[in-house]
Design a protein around this ligand. Structure first.
Ligand code: NDP
Length: 247
């Protein structure tokens, strides 16, 4: 059975992606950081629907924990063929004058370094020159990488810009190794992440400025991610899909 690892799958976009990947026949490794119960609930929902999944705790900002997570996946009978670098964080809305090195480093450790290390471990398992069977990676970036998130969190936006460059560079580095690497840039999606920025209702506030006049649902992002991972996207690598209602 093909295994798909989704980081940050206890809620939001990661949860929706895990549920859809299970429907498509993957065994899903449901990574979480703190919300064990929520991750177990995702596993339960998948199993209830006849699918296969297991939860795996790891703080992706911690290299040793990431390596332990991949070793846990190695113990499964199938092989890792898909990675979704979805876990991401943001902090209280702020201007540059309020940013500290500590905050920026904390944010980059998760959003950027964490994604890099997950990619490294996945490539070590998927790449043909390692005896792997190939695979696909999708990095969940953000429209913020293009828009910059002024007055809200330019540190977060910049971390997503770094993810886009990771997508481009890694896609070229492993294109001849059977591994495709793509990205999805969601726009304003109804999840609980916005409360972490101090504005739970942010999506409704910005909705009138979105060409499609509405925020997006996590399932609409999951569809794009799962399509990029699928064989239907077999000749696509280094691409980034904007899923932002036209924004
Ligand atoms: P949520 O805040 O709803 O969920 C975040 C998930 O990431 C949780 O499962 C959380 O796990 C996990 N996570 C956080 N930190 C870590 C860590 N250090 N190690 C492992 N897992 C971690 O976020 P969304 O679903 O809204 O966002 C998912 C992705 O989509 C993020 O990368 C985000 O930047 C991006 N995005 C979201 C948009 C939106 O409007 N919602 C727009 C554009 C991009 P736990 O709960 O266990 O702590």
């Amino acid at each position: 059975m093909k295994i798909a690892l989704v980081t940050g799958a206890s809620r939001g976009i990661g949860r929706a992606t895990a549920l859809l990947l299970a429907q498509r026949g993957y065994q899903v490794a449901v990574n979480y950081h703190q919300r064990a119960q929520a991750a177990d609930e995702v596993v339960r929902l998948i199993e209830q629907a006849g699918g296969s999944a297991f939860s795996v705790q790891a703080n992706i900002a911690d290299e040793a924990q990431v390596m332990a997570m991949f070793r846990r996946i190695d113990q499964q009978p199938g092989e890792l063929s898909a990675l979704v670098n979805n876990a991401g964080i943001l902090f209280q809305q702020a201007t540059i004058e309020q940013l500290t090195a500590e905050r920026i480093n904390r944010l980059f450790s998760t959003n950027v370094t964490g994604s890099f290390i997950c990619c490294r471990e996945a490539i070590r398992r998927m790449a043909w020159h390692h005896g792997g069977k190939g695979g696909a990676i999708v990095n969940v970036s953000s429209a913020a990488a293009r828009l910059g998130a002024p007055g809200e969190y330019i540190d977060y936006a910049a971390s997503k810009g770094a993810m886009d460059t990771l997508t481009k560079g890694l896609s070229l580095e492993v294109a001849a190794q059977g591994v495709r690497v793509n990205g999805v840039r969601p726009g304003f999606i109804y999840t609980e992440m916005h409360a972490d920025g101090g504005e739970a209702d942010r999506v409704n506030r910005v909705a009138p400025a979105i060409p499609m006049q509405r925020g997006g649902q996590a399932a609409e992002i999951a569809s794009a991610v799962v399509w990029l991972l699928s064989d239907e996207a077999s000749y696509i690598t280094g691409s980034i899909i904007d899923a932002a209602g036209g924004r």
